[in-house]
Ligand binder design. Structure first.
Ligand SMILES: [Zn+2]
Length: 553
């Protein structure tokens, strides 16, 4: 064990028993009374960061009464008012004008299930049971009538000569096609044309050729079943934009049994056609002379809320600057079968960590020089609607925000006491340097982003601020196990529970873990808020630009 590791071990034990610790390396670098006072304030703040507060808020936000906190729903409003009340109790100041609540309007476009129907010959299919809109954006309204044509995979590959559209004109027709390869087929595994199966390029070609609508039949072997997809399907979309979605090519996903009922009109079956298509044989054929698809939409306006409170900085009158700590509190509400998607890990837990920090700092009277704004957003899951509303209507100009630190995740910090931390975006700004210092202080190991090209950094609320020039960081905590072990556990959870009814508080959750991660975020926020200079993007960062507020009158 190296000396550095020994320091870590001692530090970790001290932290675990609630004694704040500063590593000898850091201490020797610290000089001056101000720095010592800040160090003492950090220790007091860490002492006041307690697991009970994080556990309580997570539990309260995931009770049945919160109904999964859908944006624009009664449960979502209940959650916002709960968070606001919590901020009042903590003694934060309102940070959404004179209030803690920042209301904004969202427009829901939902399928009108009673008037949405697909007919061909004697077959009548209903939305939900038999088909759902493909999640390619807002479902467009549609009323189309035309022949129903089956085109296999719909692949047209001039190089290999494979052409599912040979000799047919798709113009004005409702086109049914298979998406996803059947991996049990040797032809599909080795044929170059098979790479096109299920791609957007196939759909684009059909749209360009004048198809009136697309009916997709999913064949991906390892994907979710139709029933799972239908339960979680985006039968409604939310937007801040009040204008109706533009008409576009309607694309729906059929259940396998619905596909079979349609194909029976041509005395064939999905099994037969799918097996033939997978051998590279053309299966293109007319299924019915006349079919119709009516997609009827309902538009509704709802009221949604962000919640914001502030801990006034000791020097805030001078600079007016602030550090923003944020976490979205919205989840997905009920699924199509009525089950609540409580969003415990995503992101009641993140909200609870953020409020746990607010609690620790207010109880410890540990306000830093710059103010701290605690922003709890809604609408993140529906397109970062709350964060973008806040950025358009901030309580203080974005040019006065020194940094944004966001909690949003897949709950890996509950796997055990946090010993490894991923700072998404740490390589892009000097927030990374500050975070590295905090990691040394708390004795946790800095880990690189394990997600690679998926780039979680661009997939949550803070990116709204980053794109407007504010340096941003999102944190993920992992236990001592190897990152690979934790990622396997996390991905198994994502497969079964992410954005689904399974995202609940589990008996095996460690509350120490989120408390540890909150400590990392809190000290990072304190150091940024106390620093002589504001945080800054590195010149090489794609986000390097002056912070701007696109404030509207
Ligand atoms: Zn989330």
């Amino acid at each position: 064990m190296t000396r550095a590791h020994l320091t870590v071990a001692i530090c970790t034990i001290a932290c675990a028993v609630g004694v704040a610790c500063i590593s000898p390396n850091t201490r020797s670098a610290v000089d001056g009374r101000g720095a010592r006072a800040e160090e003492a304030a950090e220790r007091v703040a860490v002492d006041h960061l307690v697991t009970e507060s994080i556990a309580t808020v997570t539990r309260d936000l995931t009770t049945p009464a919160m109904e999964g906190r859908a944006t624009g729903s009664a449960g979502g409003e209940r959650a916002a008012r709960y968070i606001a009340q919590r901020m009042v109790t903590l003694g934060l100041r309102p940070a959404a004008g004179d209030d803690f609540l920042q209301p904004y309007d969202v427009y829901e476009t939902a399928i009108d299930s009673t008037a949405t129907v697909l007919r061909a010959g004697s077959v009548t299919l209903h939305v939900g049971d038999d088909f759902v809109p493909a999640r390619d954006g807002p479902p467009p309204p549609a009323r189309i009538v035309g022949p129903l044509l089956f085109v296999g995979y719909g692949v047209r590959d001039p190089q290999s000569g494979h052409d599912d559209l040979a000799g047919v004109d798709v113009r004005g027709k409702i086109v049914m096609l298979l998406i996803g390869p059947r991996l049990d087929s040797a032809a599909v595994r080795v044929s170059p044309w098979a790479r096109e199966i299920g791609t957007n390029a196939v759909r684009a070609t059909l749209a360009q050729a004048g198809a009136a609508g697309l009916l997709l039949v999913n064949q991906w072997p390892a994907s979710r079943t139709y029933e799972e997809m239908a339960r979680g399907s985006g039968i409604s979309t939310l937007s801040r934009d009040s204008s109706a979605p533009p008409a576009a090519l309607p694309v729906v996903i059929l259940s396998e049994s619905a596909a079979d009922r349609l194909l029976a009109l041509a005395v064939t079956s999905l099994g037969q056609l799918s097996a033939a298509a997978a051998r590279g044989i053309s299966t293109t054929q007319l299924i019915a002379d006349s079919a119709s698809l009516q997609l009827q939409l309902r538009r509704q306006r709802h009221r949604a809320y962000n919640v914001a409170g502030m801990l006034t900085g000791t020097d805030s009158a001078g600079s007016g600057e602030a550090v923003l700590l944020m976490a979205h509190f919205d989840a997905f509400g009920r699924d199509a079968a009525g089950a609540v998607r409580a969003g415990a890990a995503d992101n009641a837990l993140g909200t609870a960590m953020m409020l746990g920090i607010a609690r620790a700092l207010t109880v410890a009277h540990a306000a830093p020089r710059r103010s701290l704004i605690f922003l709890s957003t809604s609408g993140e899951e529906r397109g970062m609607l709350g964060a973008s509303f806040w950025a358009d209507h901030p309580s203080r100009p974005l040019s006065k925000l020194s940094a944004v630190i966001n909690f949003d995740g897949i709950g890996t910090e509950v796997f055990g006491p946090v010993r490894r931390v991923v700072g998404f975006g740490a390589e892009l700004s000097d927030l990374g340097t500050t975070l590295a210092g905090v990691e040394r202080t708390l004795g946790v190991i800095a880990e690189p982003d394990p997600f690679g090209a998926q780039r979680p950094f661009v997939r949550s609320d803070h990116i709204i601020f980053a794109r407007r020039g504010v340096p941003a960081l999102m944190l993920l905590g992992l236990p001592a196990d190897s990152v690979a072990v934790s990622m396997r556990r996390a991905m198994a959870w994502v497969g079964t529970s992410y954005h689904a009814p399974g995202d609940t508080i589990r008996a095996d959750w460690s509350w120490q873990g989120p408390r540890d991660l909150a400590a990392v975020a809190m000290l990072t926020a304190l150091r940024v808020a106390n620093a002589a200079h504001r945080a800054a993007w590195y010149p090489t960062s794609e986000f390097q630009r002056p912070a701007t507020t696109a404030s509207r009158p």
